[in-house]
Ligand binder design. Structure first.
Ligand SMILES: [Zn+2]
Length: 72
C-alpha cells in the first residue's frame, strides 16, 4: 500500500505537495485542515460586451478617414 494517501493533499505556496501527514479521516494535515480549500478558479468565457477598439482598429479607421478626406 502506498503511503501517499495519508499524505496531506494540500499544496504549499511553492507548488509542491505538503510533506505533512494527513490527520485521520482527512486528506489534509492539521495545518491545512483549518484552512479553507482552495476554490477552483471559474473559467470565464464571457466577453466584455463593450470592449474598446484596439489600437490597430483605430489606426485603420484613421486611414480610412484620411482617404475619405483626401478624395479617395
Ligand atoms: Zn498540509
Amino acid at each position: 500500500m502506498s503511503d501517499e494517501r495519508r499524505r496531506c493533499q494540500a499544496k504549499t505556496q511553492s507548488g509542491s505537495q505538503c510533506k505533512n501527514s494527513a490527520v485521520y479521516g482527512s486528506t489534509y494535515c492539521r495545518t491545512h485542515q483549518d484552512q479553507p480549500e482552495p476554490t477552483p478558479v471559474p473559467t470565464k468565457t464571457v466577453k466584455a460586451p463593450d470592449s474598446p477598439p484596439s489600437d490597430t482598429d483605430v489606426r485603420s479607421e484613421i486611414e480610412r478617414f484620411k482617404a475619405f478626406i483626401l478624395g479617395k
